[in-house]
Design a protein around this ligand. Sequence first.
Ligand code: T4K
Length: 369
Amino acid sequence: MTKPIFVTQPSLPPLEDLIPYLEQIWENKVLTNGGPFHKQLEQALCDYLGVPFISLFSNGTIALITALKALNITGEVITTPYSFVATAHSLLWNNIKPVFVDIDTDTLNLDPRKIEAAITPQTTAIMPVHCYGRPCDVDAIQKIADIYNLKVIYDAAHAFGVKCHCGSVLNHGDLSVLSFHATKVFNTFEGGAIVCPDAKTKQHIDHLKNFGFVDEVTVVTPGINGKMSELNAAFGLLQLKHVDAALARRNEIDLAYREGLKDVKGIVCLNGDARDSTNHSYFPILVQHDYPLSRDALHQKLKDQNIYARRYFYPLILEFQMYRSMPSAHRDNLPVASRAAEQVLCLPIYPALSNEDLQRIVEMICEVR
Ligand code: T4K
């Protein structure tokens, strides 16, 4: 049997390049609490991503939970059912009721045309996701938010480095939240960040992630511990040196899949025309009814060959017991998300994926007739 191929594999820099960073940590004995590498990574990410302020976190989920706290979000929040559970869980952790609204057929992102009908007097915010790193319709969402005086918090876990018509997509909404988990295009093992529009917001969030401490004797808010350690931050600085090469290789893989699969009846590569404004963090295909195998059968066929594609996002969040009984979780309400959850298969994409393995995957999909 050939070696397993997973949906992703973290990019790692040469191990010896990490040693000088470790030596520096061992030398200065600052392991966490906003040390020098933490500060450097915040600045380096602002420069790289083209955003004004960043607050680093221990992971994306704590960052989402904190972002909601930072804006005092309460009541109901409109969000997408087509995401990783952390999106909706962050709302429950804040005692907020998620209100699921269907997604757009082309982008699989929250459909702005369906948001207004879900707004009630309790609605305080919208939490869309740039799913698979493809930008939401940020202008349409902001327009609705402005009319109804709602906050917008983007779950931008997939959207590292993604640009839209006016620069970084991370500058839209009130806050954007990134994940630097091992499975993401830019990883710090575990990690995350909140992109903040101004220094005051960043300061508030910095307090929230450090128990509410302002100084040794002053606690201004019931904060959490969401800090990124120096080890993760140092690793992030090193990763940043390699991220352009990683993104370029992902782009090549994306193109090769599209070329290889373009004539396969029943296989649709998502959003061909949005290629330029993504980071190729995932390669989702839709396995439609005119393909000879069902999505699940294709998933299994690949698995039998040691290729572990993933059905992100199946089951839908609303299938989990803590969401199932919510009125907005009714499947009739969410036909596009329901269909996507049944058709999407995310194929392996990561910089170290070889051309040979890629071609093998393409051939396996093509040979089914
Ligand atoms: N919002 C959205 C929209 C998200 O997608 C996520 C996370 C979050 C919020 C929360 O951010 P974090 O709190 O995680 O920072 C994975 C990730 O664990 C999760 O971070 C990610 N989304 C989600 C989409 O995918 P699983 O259950 O698929 O992980 P796992 O362990 O099955 O990993 C997938 C494959 O990756 C493995 O088969 C092998 C490979 N892998 C994984 C890890 C962890 C490695 O090669 N090395 C590794 O260290 O959830």
